[in-house]
Design a binder for this molecule. Sequence first.
Ligand SMILES: [Zn+2]
Length: 204
Amino acid sequence: MCHRPIREISLFDFAFGAKSICFKCYLGLDPKFQHWEEDGVKFTSLYPYLEEYQSLLYLYKGCGDIELSKCFLERAMPYLKLRYRDYILIPAPSHFTKIATRGFDHVPLMFEGIGKKMVSLIEKTCDIKQSDLGKKERAKVGSMLRLRATPSLRKEKILFVDDVYTTGSTARACLSLIKQLHPKKLEAFVMAKVPKNRKELTAR
Ligand SMILES: [Zn+2]
């Protein structure tokens, strides 16, 4: 993250087992777990969507610095591996032209380190940026998504994952598609949540 070499063996690695980032960057990534529920689904977010996270995401997603994919979960990895140990991950979809332009599918790659089975079950049929849509249009985001296949998930615990939660319209649309497959359990994990109001902002 800081472009400085990481010494191979340090007390820090020994103590924290961090593999991808240096101590300074490790401290800079400050997770603030938030939990809430929507339509009967438990949501968890790791970071508030503020400057530190925004710039890291921009370098990764916008500038294509693929090496940064490992940084996001570095601090929360032991917790996540345990918390979601028997879950299958379903990532939020990107449109195929975005993946082609960027050269990689950014959401699955961010969560790859958890080492869980991941199924890209949802497909984006229209290449429209969420932030370019008005409030009314955002509500229709479900019509731009579809299931690639319809396997039964009755015996599976599913974790829907995404990089940013803004209004939640994408997450809700994806979750309603997944619900059609009747998973045994369904939860959502978003890397960052846009603070809703001043109270949420100052709570950090
Ligand atoms: Zn660093």
